[in-house]
Design a protein around this ligand. Structure first.
Ligand code: GLU
Length: 289
């Protein structure tokens, strides 16, 4: 097996202490396996993309000593690959157009909730649009036992999600015409030959969907490792949306040592070289080969 890992930031703002943890964990895992590490700019969600943020993220990573082994992949340039995957799914009847507005879905969920049912998309348009115009395109999830997706996470342990009751048929193409993150990430990981996905635990909840979509597309399922998210002092997940402070590009060692401690790794950080060799050795003890 040739290890190929990746770090896939969304360019919605500069890197912060939380995204640095994901970058560092994926980088250390690749180094511990003597594998490749690729950066992918997830700019498929154009309304959330901030001009200049991708270049700033790449420059910060470089200052922190993390260099993509191949030219970064940009999701905004991969529309043809997403379209091809979409057409393959369409040919097998696995996807269908959905005419529900957000409002209609929210209303039906309120009713479902009131009946102690689930918060999954209720499948309103599964058997036709009932005269409504098509908005999004959804992937049918299986029913019964087949809906239970189980995977072993290298940090979090065995995870199971019932796609039918916990998620429902999910969107691959959004009502605004943009490709959904779930489709883009699965097609990108498959095309790049990614063998190991290391990222924040906020994405644990998306993983069963991605595993199922891999199965629908005949793509291999990579190994997964989800690192604990970094919370703000108020206890919220640190994110660009909650105004996390950008990293100081000129003081990489302090930020790296802090990110490593979040991962349970406490090593001297006198220089980037000594930091990365010590941190890689520690990571390898826990998660290597
Ligand atoms: N672009 C996603 C984010 O920044 C990460 C996606 C992934 O690693 O699969 O949260």
């Amino acid at each position: 097996m040739t290890y190929r890992g990746r770090f896939a930031p969304s360019p919605t703002g500069p890197l912060h202490a939380g995204s640095l943890v994901s970058a560092l964990a994926s980088f250390l895992d690749a180094r511990a396996h003597r594998g490749g590490w690729i950066v992918r700019i997830e700019d498929v969600d154009t309304p959330r993309t901030v001009a200049g943020a991708a270049d700033e993220i790449l420059a910060t990573l470089a200052h922190f000593g993390m260099h993509s082994d191949e030219p970064p992949v940009w999701q905004s340039e991969r529309g043809d690959a997403y379209q091809a995957a979409f057409e393959r799914l369409q040919a097998t009847g696995l996807i269908y157009p959905c005419g529900c507005t957000r409002r209609e879905i929210a209303d039906s969920l309120v009713h479902a909730h009131a009946r102690h049912a689930t918060l999954a998309y209720p499948g309103t348009c599964r058997n036709g649009l009932n005269g409504k115009p098509a908005r999004a395109w959804r992937l049918r999830v299986p029913e019964g036992d087949a809906a239970r997706i189980t995977f072993v996470d290298r940090w979090q342990g065995t995870q199971t999600q019932d796609l039918a009751t916990e998620v429902g048929d999910f969107a691959l193409k959004r009502a605004d015409g943009l490709w959904a993150y779930q489709l883009a990430v699965v097609v990108d990981d498959a095309d790049a030959g990614i063998t190991h996905v290391v990222r924040g635990a906020d994405l644990l909840d998306s993983t069963a969907r991605q595993v199922y979509l891999q199965q629908c597309l005949g793509a291999p399922t990579p190994a997964y490792l989800h690192v604990p998210v970094v919370n703000s002092e108020a206890g919220e997940k640190l994110s660009k949306q909650t105004g996390a402070a950008p990293l100081d590009r000129h003081a990489p060692l302090d930020a790296l040592a802090q990110a490593a401690r979040h991962l349970g790794i406490d090593v001297p950080a006198d220089s980037l070289d000594t930091f990365y060799s010590a941190a890689t050795a520690e990571w390898a003890k826990r998660f290597g080969r």
